[in-house]
Design a protein around this ligand. Sequence first.
Ligand code: ADE
Length: 226
Amino acid sequence: MKVDIVTIFPTFFDVLDVSLLGKAAATKLVDVAIHDLRDATTDVHKSVDDTPYGGGAGMVMKPEPWGVTLDGLLGDDSILLVPSPAGVVFSQDMARELAAGSHLVFACGRYEGIDSRVVEHYQQTHRVIEVSLGDYVLNGGEVAVLAILEATLRLIPGFVGNPESLVEESHEAGLLEYPSYTKPRSWRGLDVPEVLLGGNHEAIRQWRYERSLERTKRARPDLLED
Ligand code: ADE
């Protein structure tokens, strides 16, 4: 998979080298390139933002540098992702869809976001997803891109050492994952549930399913409505 990230803070993505994603890059499962939006500006100040039409607080990112940069990156098979608190909420389903793609291009907005015509323009020719991490506001798209990338790349076959570990985790079956324990059997007066020590696989499966259901009811009842 090829991943292109456009940002005004390229060093934000230095962390990719030390995280799980660095491993993916090293194993050639994914090829990540970072692009500085300011390289596509033409004025001495390399300005990427301006005041909003209609007034209001904050600045809006100008469309021209985005046009120049994205024209150079997008191909027939590209998906353009624009992190925004006004987007659809990112999910495990979306991570699976992205993991099956061949080219992801991320456009990191800052300030009050990117001039809306950028998304409107590329929607005419490409799949464009405005994507939100959740119901809160970040200062820009960079942190969202790191989260989306980590959730997506680990689903690429060959990325996670033991693919079975992906099957039983939270959100894979529409439920939250059951609680996990390791040694010692007793810690600070808390014991590992007896059923997990017995080797009765059916009883363990049943116990885990019940705990998953219980956890989901408590923390995320909305998941059970679907
Ligand atoms: N940019 C600012 N806030 C965001 C959010 N909640 N999700 C994704 N991108 C954002």
